[in-house]
Structure formats: structure tokens, C-alpha cells
Design a protein around this ligand. Structure first.
Ligand code: SAM
Ligand code: SF4
Length: 324
């Protein structure tokens, strides 16, 4: 079985948010005071996520990524990943995390045979790191990355949201840090999801990102991400060293045409597109274990997937709530 949307796109990738909560308050993602928290009863329980995933997998989903908020702040998350893997031995399973809690969790998580993790890393400077995350200590992240690497989790990719005047000049250092540890750095264009968090002056488009990169190497575009051919990142390899870097042109050059993803928020809302705020609540169907209603809702939801994201105003909300 496979899910093909009305525009012919194969939808086989689900990003599931495990929580809207986070121990950080990154300036571009969350307001300083945090977001109104969902009640415990309002978020999907682990067994509900597994049941929902069974339906998704039966419909053709082959890759599930857990995200958030910060997935590791949710109690029992590493053990949940192990149960999840036991239930779904063959799918691609991955995680997006700020890595701050990975130090302890990595050895357990590694047993879930992840296909890789993505770690947010906007700076390698301890003072700037505390400023951009508002609450973070970079030593936790370094420890988390080290624990993940020594537990054998691979590949580890870093996500750097590039912001003018904040980390653009630091980019060589950030890339060198990643390469020195065998990680794959990726640079993300700042996305206009919430006007109040969106400082337009900070935006750096992919043309400018490429020209910064050109001063750092002789880049050959890779045809696809060999790890995952339809991911949003465009990868480049340095002709001299073979070192790789990815660019996620989330704003200036959309990957909508090849988008293969659906999203489920922590409260069980289906979202067909990051930039389209129409959501379908699935929690009641999941709680009632109503497979037919759920299948119908997901199929209808996929039909809402826009052909292309066109304007910033489509966005509403923070990445932490949607599941970035
Ligand atoms: N807490 C985890 C983390 O930080 O990796 C997972 C959730 S976070 C919302 C997922 C990714 O979204 C992070 O790499 C973060 O940098 C990115 N992100 C959040 N808000 C963004 C924005 N406005 N523009 C671009 N990327 C954003
Ligand atoms: Fe938390 Fe990740 Fe958002 Fe930062 S980007 S506030 S770590 S959810």
C-alpha cells in the first residue's frame, strides 16, 4: 500500500512530535515565556503513538522521525524508542533533538537502530549558545553529541539556522567543528513561521549561503542525499577533501514538488504542510482505536497538501508546536 497525494507525490515519511515542551527557548522558535503547555491528557500517550504508527505504516509510511519541542524532555522517551523499534523493525526511524539530554540517553537510544539523528547547533560559542537558546549550556550539547557518536549513532547531522549578524561570520568555525567530529553540517534558511519571532533582517538566502560556502571550498553538488534521496537538503562535497555540507532552502527554493512528508503534532493533529495551518484532530479516533475513521481522515488530510508554499503568511505558529 502506498499513499499518493492528488499531485502524484508519494507520501511515505511521517514526522511525529512527541511533545510541545522544550528545555530551551531558541529565539527563532519559541517566545521567552514558552508556549501554553498542552495538558498531559491532551497529548498522545506512547501506546497511542504506536497504534497510530501501525495505521500509518499500513498505509505506506516507511520513515518516521520523532521531533518536538524537544523529544528527550518527555519522560521515558529512550525506552519508548526501543519499544517502537521492536514494533517496527524495518522502517527508517530517526530523531531531531537539541542533544542537551543525549549524554545519558544516547546508549539506550542507539539500541533502537536509528537511521540517524539531527542535532540543532546554531553556534559553537558558549556565550552565543546561551543567548540563542536563552537557557542552554553548550557543554551539554557537546557531551550529547559525543555520547551519540560513541554509541554508534550515525549519521549525525547538525542543523544551523543561519541568522545575519548572529552566526554568519562564525559559519567556518561551525562547519569545521562538525567535520572534525565526522558529522554532516546542514545550513537552514530561517523560516517565517511566526511574524513575532521572525526578524526579516536576519534572513540569509541560499544564494548568499552558497557564496559564503564558495569562499571555503570547491563544491560539487551531489545529485541526491545518498542517505535519503528525497530529503529537503541539497548536499555539496568539497572536491579537495570530500567533506559534505547540506543547505536547506526552506524559503527561497522550496522542495514542495518532491515533498513526501506528513506531520502529526503532539496532541495528535494531522498537518499536511508546515506552512499550511489547516489541521485535522486525530486524537479522538486514535483513542477510540477507530481505524477506518483514522484512515479516512489521513487520506483526506493528504488531499489538503498544497502544491506549493507561496507566501510567508501561510505560516502560523512556532516550530516547537508543529513539530519541526
Ligand atoms: N528540539 C529539537 C531541535 O531543536 O532539534 C527538535 C525540534 S526543532 C523545532 C527542529 C528544527 O527546527 C531545529 O533544527 C530548529 O533549528 C528548526 N527551526 C525551528 N524554528 C525554525 C525557524 N523559524 N526557521 C528555521 N528552522 C527552524
Ligand atoms: Fe526547543 Fe528545538 Fe525549538 Fe530550540 S529549536 S526551542 S531546542 S524545540
Amino acid at each position: 500500500m502506498s499513499i499518493i497525494d492528488p499531485r502524484g507525490r508519494l507520501i511515505d515519511y511521517a514526522r511525529i512530535s512527541l511533545t510541545d515542551r522544550c528545555n530551551y527557548r531558541c529565539v527563532y522558535c519559541m517566545p521567552e515565556e514558552g508556549v501554553a503547555r498542552l495538558s498531559h491528557g491532551g497529548i498522545m500517550r506512547y501506546e497511542e503513538i504506536i497504534w497510530l504508527a501501525r495505521v500509518l505504516v499500513s498505509l505506506g509510511v516507511r520513515h518516521i522521525r520523532f521531533t518536538g519541542g524537544e523529544p528527550l524532555v518527555r519522560k521515558g522517551m529512550p525506552e519508548f524508542l526501543l519499544s517502537f523499534r521492536k514494533e517496527f523493525p524495518d522502517i527508517r526511524l530517526s530523531l531531531t533533538t537539541n542533544a542537551s539530554l543525549l549524554g545519558e540517553a544516547a546508549p539506550v537510544i542507539a539500541r533502537a537502530r536509528l537511521s540517524g539523528i539531527n542535532v540543532s547547533l546554531d553556534t559553537v560559542d558558549p556565550v552565543k549558545f546561551s543567548a540563542v537558546t536563552r537557557t542552554g549550556d553548550i557543554r551539554d550539547v557537546f557531551g550529547g553529541i559525543e555520547a551519540a557518536a560513541s554509541s554508534g549513532i550515525s549519521p549525525i547531522k547538525t542543523n544551523t539556522v543561519l541568522m545575519r549578524g548572529f552566526n554568519d561570520a562564525e559559519l567556518p568555525e561551525i562547519l569545521n567543528f562538525a567535520w572534525s567530529l565526522g558529522l554532516i553540517p546542514r545550513i537552514i534558511e530561517f523560516m517565517p513561521l511566526n511574524e513575532s519571532l521572525w526578524a526579516r533582517d536576519s534572513f540569509i538566502g541560499s544564494d548568499e549561503i552558497k557564496s559564503i560556502l564558495n569562499s571555503l571550498g570547491d563544491w560539487k553538488p551531489e545529485k541526491t542525499d545518498s542517505q535519503y534521496p528525497r530529503g529537503p537538503a541539497k548536499y555539496f562535497a568539497d572536491r579537495a577533501t570530500g567533506r559534505r555540507v547540506g543547505i536547506i532552502e526552506a524559503v527561497s527554493n522550496h522542495f514542495c514538488e518532491s515533498c513526501n512528508r506528513l506531520r502529526i503534532t503532539a496532541s495528535g493533529k494531522f498537518r499536511a504542510c508546515l506552512f499550511n495551518n489547516r489541521e485535522i484532530p486525530l486524537l479522538g479516533m486514535v483513542r477510540a482505536r477507530d481505524r477506518d475513521a483514522l484512515t479516512r481522515a489521513i487520506t483526506e488530510g493528504i488531499g489538503l497538501k498544497p502544491a506549493k508554499w507561496t507566501q510567508a503568511s501561510d505560516g502560523d505558529g512556532n516550530m516547537s508546536g508543529i513539530g519541526g
